[in-house]
Design a protein around this ligand. Structure first.
Ligand code: ATP
Length: 308
């Protein structure tokens, strides 16, 4: 398998006349946590579903777990754990019953042993008899993770696993993801959260079906070649509109009490901000661009083929 758990090139998917995944090429190494980011509807779920054998690509080539993504989807499906965006277990079954149902679906032998191991690993043993419907969001995610780990997959595909979950539960969930990665399990995870993106070993940014950037978080930021300045001072947010029209300013974003002003033409941006600071009571400081600055930049430069 060459150390690559996912190795695909030129993958495409259309739904009717909508081309939702365009020439996706992706390599993910064993044990890596690989993040998928991008605006709503950019094709993240569709890509994940093609990689785990739930959807067949229209064209392209490549392998997942050494199996052909076009011809061996059934075998891929058996070896991956897929956690969907929406909680899809049964609210009126207990945690133990839900896991037993999933184990039966996979036709697993020694079901009880697998269920006990999974409950134990995810700290769910004490709640075995609790109805799933009565769990908080964070515990539901933990149960969903336990269910997709039951058959001991080598690859996990997690589609926005922590949407709507509180920060403490998200942090615990990510500790678990890192523990699994350290044990050699490869994880592909889609998220809209910047802090989660930064916890991935590498990530890809997708917009309108095209992969616009990939690499480590710092490689993605560096690849955008942005200069970023922090502008602070009383009433600074009222200046946002004026700033947007200035030479060298590509984007303005609010960060708490300050504005992040970024552009690719560093010299023009600096000249504009220095001129502004002489006219208004504002402080300007050059800062390192954040991952969020980079994603906003990528998004602004992407073309929406469905826009009027
Ligand atoms: N089965 C389907 N039939 C028709 N169109 C679909 C189907 N599945 C997805 N789409 C469309 O494909 C596009 C990409 O959807 P997808 O769910 O892959 O995006 P996403 O990046 O995961 O979005 P989100 O962040 O909102 O989950 C959207 O325009 C969606 O409406």
């Amino acid at each position: 398998m060459n150390g690559l758990v996912i190795d695909v090139a030129g993958i495409n998917k259309r739904f009717g006349d909508k081309h939702v995944v365009k020439d996706l090429s992706l390599q993910v190494r064993q044990g890596e946590i690989y993040g998928f980011l991008g605006p709503n509807g950019s094709g993240k779920t569709t890509s994940i579903r093609m990689l785990c054998g739930l959807l067949t690509p229209d064209s392209g080539r490549g392998t997942c777990l050494g199996l052909d993504v076009l011809r061996e989807s059934a075998a891929i499906k058996r070896q991956v754990g897929y956690m969907t965006q929406k909680f899809s277990l049964w609210d009126d079954l207990s945690i133990g019953e839900n896991l037993d149902f999933v184990a039966r679906m996979f036709g697993m032998r020694e079901r009880q042993k697998a269920i006990d191991r999974s409950l134990d690993e995810l700290g769910l043993s004490g709640r075995r008899r609790q109805l799933a419907g009565t769990l908080s969001g964070g515990w539901k995610q933990r149960l969903a993770l336990a269910a997709c780990l039951l058959h001991q997959p080598r690859l996990l595909l997690l589609d926005e696993p922590t949407a709507g979950v509180d920060p403490k539960a998200r942090r615990d969930f990510w500790e678990e993801i890192h523990r699994l990665s350290a044990a050699g399990i490869t994880i592909l995870v889609s998220t809209h959260y910047m802090d989660e993106a930064e916890r991935c070993h590498r990530l890809a940014y997708i917009a309108y079906g095209s992969l616009l950037a990939n690499g480590t978080a710092s490689e993605v930021v560096a690849g955008c070649r942005l200069s970023t300045w922090e502008v602070s001072g009383d009433g600074v947010h009222r200046l946002a509109e004026d700033l947007r029209g200035m030479a060298g300013v590509d984007q303005v974003a609010s960060f708490g009490a300050t504005l992040h002003v970024s552009g690719q033409d560093g010299a023009r941006l600096q000249a504009s901000l220095q001129a502004l600071s002489q006219l208004r009571e504002v402080r300007i400081t050059t800062v390192a661009p954040s991952l969020e600055d980079a994603f906003i930049h990528l998004m602004q430069h992407a073309q929406d083929p469905f826009a009027d």
